[in-house]
Design a protein around this ligand. Structure first.
Ligand SMILES: [Zn+2]
Length: 122
């Protein structure tokens, strides 16, 4: 699939891990503000076609996750996940031909109690 930011500077070629079955929202302090629905892609599932030099990286807290966005229009494109660093989360709304409304009810991930922050006995 092709993904683009809003201004068109960044174009990505994206292969999802499992279609839209992985779609989720997260209520951690960052994702709740960003408000995007994410789907999973493997680390080799994203190829930057244009705009690699027009992307910015945002990291916070444990600095584990890497959130990428377009420097010009500010649109979040994808992030390397903290809970599974072998995966990217991709903003479904950048995918051409996809209307997030068509995805129906999207489950929420409990980002306020992130698995990497809770040290519960198994
Ligand atoms: Zn842009």
């Amino acid at each position: 699939m092709i993904g683009t930011c809003h201004c068109g500077a960044v174009t990505l070629e994206i292969t999802l891990s499992d279609g839209f079955k992985t779609a989720r929202r997260c209520d951690c302090s960052f994702c709740a503000r960003r408000g995007a629905i994410a789907v999973s892609a493997p680390l080799d599932g994203i190829r930057i076609i244009t705009g690699a030099d027009n992307m910015s990286l945002y990291q916070w807290g444990t600095m584990a996750a890497k959130h990428y966005f377009c420097k010009t229009c500010g649109i979040y494109t994808h992030h390397q996940r903290r809970s599974n660093p072998n995966e990217f989360g991709v903003n479904v709304a950048i995918l051409s031909g996809v209307n997030p409304r068509d995805l129906g009810n999207i489950p929420w991930v409990d980002g306020q109690n992130h698995p990497s922050d809770t040290k519960k006995a198994p």
